[in-house]
Design a protein around this ligand. Structure first.
Ligand SMILES: [Zn+2]
Length: 589
């Protein structure tokens, strides 16, 4: 048996050893130069070695006992916190370079903790601590794998929200309860986009919760399981008793009926693509295409853009480099014709491995500058010009690009009070979707790096499909209570941080046009359901909204070979283009 002073000496020894190692590493000349992305794996290996030591049975006179190892883990993590705060940029770069190796290390650490759980040791690594440490290690491993796959952060967030909800189901176990709440808190902190806060919280989360909270929460849960003895029942009059139970049953029936009517129905249509397509196709407008000769000039121009992109050029996705190049050249030529000096902004990624030829991808940008007495934040208006693989992409998104080109032309003749940046994004659809290979991610991070002041971003995502028939518009659950059931409007969607922009834009639109616009602010993870380029702008902290015909909630041809130019309504698109140009032009200070 060791005395306390021996234990304290061992703790001090381990802290000193860790400090020494740390100082040796950071003072190495090679650490000061070039990349030092290996620093994280080195510390991870040290950490794993120290964890592993706790499980090796040692003679009684061992130097390092469990208390000392506890201190070693804490000291290492504190050091990592210091390194993280001092060098967060390089540490984050290291996450990118070594994410798979780090994920493997974290997964192994999780298995070690799980193995320890089975020994039922009631010492320091007691079951609640060990199981929480195992879950935390695996969550780290998962987040590193997602980072390694180049996933856009908002998609990882969505996955982690689902994970938190699943863990919540096991909330009568301390580890699951803490993990579930921990994920939600971490996501809330991530939303602040403050890297110091994120790294700090991550370390607190890996150290403080396993060490401190788990046994206490476990005891709390165990205490609550012992129910207090029921109080002596007070005799109630029979009539009142019957009335109460009738009201309870009626209440339950009303709740179930409400859920069936407003959740199950719409959810089954939205989650079952074949059913949704059949429902929408049965309500498709008889024929929306008018005789092209009768179109107004603006509608005719929009139609010409859509025909060129979706019929003449056709597929223009990551697997059709020729189609993509022709689409890019068409956008460039149209910006030039409208009097701009457009630029192609190339980007590429080692992760585009499934793409033949290794060609680079390009956003196309045309800037309408203003000579304002004082600079004001710019508008950014964007639309992706690629198509979903296997589809001609008339509505998705030749319609958005057509409106982009015509709004650029309309605004060139006027003099808006703010700079407007028109951008056609090179990649939005799979295989780029949800990754940092999306053209909008590349463009938004460029804006952020250059410190461009942005007033608001408007993403044009499918603007050509309209249907006045009743029942032709679907919604996510409950939203049908507040919005029209026929699909002849344009929807603007923002997240909570963009609600001021959404309000201002909606007001400008309504002053300029009678074309119906519905605005919705989607909170938190629900905003992620609006699957398009604005997600990347939100993620990088820009106010942004998506303008759309609501895609698969209205158009049965969404991501199908039947997404053809003859299904679009060009006069309505012309109304949308005019309203958008007017709303942007008259935006207040
Ligand atoms: Zn799209």
């Amino acid at each position: 048996m060791k005395t306390n002073s021996e234990g304290a000496r061992a703790i001090a020894a381990v802290i000193i050893v860790n400090l020494g190692l740390f100082l040796a590493v950071v003072t190495l000349p090679s650490f000061q130069a070039a990349h030092h992305h290996w620093i994280f794996p080195v510390f991870a290996a040290l950490l794993a070695a120290q964890w592993a030591l706790t499980f090796i049975p040692s003679p009684a006179d061992r130097l390092v006992d469990r208390r000392a190892l506890r201190a070693s883990v804490v000291s290492l993590l504190v050091l990592l916190l210091v390194v993280g705060i001092a060098r967060h940029a390089t540490i984050l770069a290291c996450f990118d370079r070594c994410s798979f190796k780090l994920a493997a290390a974290a997964a192994i650490a999780g298995c070690v903790f799980l193995g320890h759980l089975w020994t039922r040791d009631e010492g320091f690594w007691n079951p609640p601590r060990a199981s929480l440490a195992a879950i935390a290690s695996w969550l780290w491993a998962l987040s590193l794998v997602l980072r390694g796959l180049n996933l856009a952060p908002w998609l990882s967030d969505l996955l982690f929200v689902i994970l938190a909800l699943l863990l919540w189901l096991g909330r009568d176990r301390a580890a699951f309860l803490i993990a579930s709440l921990g994920i939600l808190i971490a996501l809330a902190v991530r939303a602040t986009a403050n890297e110091y806060a994120i790294i700090g919280l991550s370390v607190v989360w890996s150290v403080a919760l396993p060490l401190w909270a788990a046994p206490r929460v476990e005891a709390f849960i165990a205490g609550r399981r012992v129910l207090p003895a029921p109080a002596e029942a007070v005799a109630e009059p029979l009539g009142r008793k019957v009335l109460m139970s009738v009201m309870r049953i009626a209440g339950a029936v009303a709740v179930i009926a409400g859920i069936a009517r407003f959740v199950v129905g719409p959810l089954s249509l939205v989650t079952d693509p074949a059913k949704r397509r059949a429902y929408l196709a049965a309500r498709a407008p008889a024929s929306s295409e008018r005789d092209p000769g009768t179109l107004t000039p603006l509608a005719a121009r929009l139609r010409a853009h859509v025909l060129m992109l979706s019929r003449t050029i056709g597929e223009r996705d990551a697997y059709h480099p020729k189609g993509r190049e022709r689409a890019r050249d068409y956008v460039l030529a149209n910006f030039k014709e409208a009097g701009y000096s457009p630029k192609a902004l190339p980007y590429g990624s080692r992760w585009m491995r499934d793409v033949k030829n290794g060609t680079s991808f390009q956003n196309v940008e045309a800037v309408l500058s203003v000579r304002a007495p004082r600079p004001r934040g710019s508008w950014v208006i964007g639309a992706h010009y690629d198509s979903a693989p296997g589809t001609p992409g008339a509505d998705d998104n030749a319609s958005g690009v057509a409106v982009l080109l015509e709004v650029a032309r309309l605004l060139k003749e006027r003099a808006p009070g703010r700079e407007v940046r028109f951008v056609a994004f090179g990649t939005e659809e799979p295989p780029s979707f949800g990754t940092r290979n999306m053209g909008s991610w590349q463009y938004a991070s460029g804006l952020k790096d250059d410190g461009v002041a942005v007033h608001g971003v408007i993403v044009l995502e499918m603007l050509g499909y309209y249907n006045p028939r009743p029942g032709s518009q679907l919604y996510p659950p409950f939203m049908q209570l507040f919005y029209p059931d026929h699909g002849d409007f344009v929807g603007a969607v923002g997240n909570i941080a963009s609600r001021a922009l959404l309000g201002e834009f909606g007001a400008s639109w309504k002053r300029a046009s009678r074309f119906p616009l519905t605005s919705s602010v989607l909170p938190g993870p629900f905003a992620g359901l609006a699957l398009s380029d604005q997600l990347n702008f939100w993620d990088l902290g820009f106010p942004a909204l998506m303008l759309s015909d609501t895609a698969f909630y209205r158009n049965a041809n969404y991501h199908e070979a039947s997404d053809l130019p003859e299904t679009l309504d060009y006069e309505k698109m012309a109304e949308v283009a005019k309203a958008l140009a007017a709303a942007v032009e008259e935006s207040p200070d």
